[in-house]
Design a protein. Structure first.
Length: 190
């Protein structure tokens, strides 16, 4: 069993903000693979489905970003999911808009959602990073930047990336993060 986690903040005021790109990716996966409806469980919205014939859980923590680990940890413990079968999709302000990277483990890089997950389950889980541009480009501070909404042009770019993640996630589940990272690398050059 795998657990795919999209990070974001609950509430309409945060919808379509840079920090919520993980929620947007989770929604794309949810619709592509016809997961069950989201149910409120374990301090999150949780759905079940099959990807590549493997039972997969899809989670959108509802704890606000800084406490995402609370929800992730509860699901991982209840379903006995090892960290190597957890995939967290999140925004990255250090990557150019739309650039994708994937890795296992590593630093939280100042991302408070990842810091909290690391503190609860350790750092050795799979991460899909989605570039949302940088605060410096937009001449603003980090907090205001990650809570700002995407422009129409930015969303057009990102929608293609979200569809790619949804379409390619079976490769990560079946072949592992190293192979998936190569697939992402090829996609970034398009």
């Amino acid at each position: 069993m795998h657990l795919v986690v999209g990070l974001g903040n609950p509430g309409e005021e945060y919808a379509k903000t840079r920090h919520n790109i993980g929620f947007m990716a989770a929604d794309e996966i949810h619709s592509r693979y016809k997961f069950s409806p989201f149910k409120t469980k374990f301090e999150g919205l949780l759905a079940e489905g099959l990807i590549n014939g493997e039972k997969t859980l899809l989670l959108k923590p509802q704890t606000f970003m800084n406490l995402s680990g609370n929800s992730v940890n509860k699901v991982a413990i209840f379903y006995k999911i090892p960290s190597e079968n957890i995939i967290v999709i999140h925004d990255d302000k250090d990557l150019a808009l739309g650039k994708l990277k994937a890795k296992i483990g590593g630093s939280a890089g100042g991302h408070n959602g990842l810091k909290n997950i690391d503190s609860q389950i350790g750092p050795n889980y799979n991460r899909i990073r989605i570039g949302v541009g940088s605060p410096q480009e937009h001449h603003t501070d980090t907090v205001n930047f990650v809570l700002s909404r995407f422009s129409k042009a930015e969303m057009d770019t990102l929608q293609e990336r979200l569809e790619f993640i949804s379409e390619s996630i079976p490769e990560l589940i079946s072949k592992g993060i190293a192979q998936y990272s190569n697939i992402i690398g090829m996609h970034n050059t398009k």
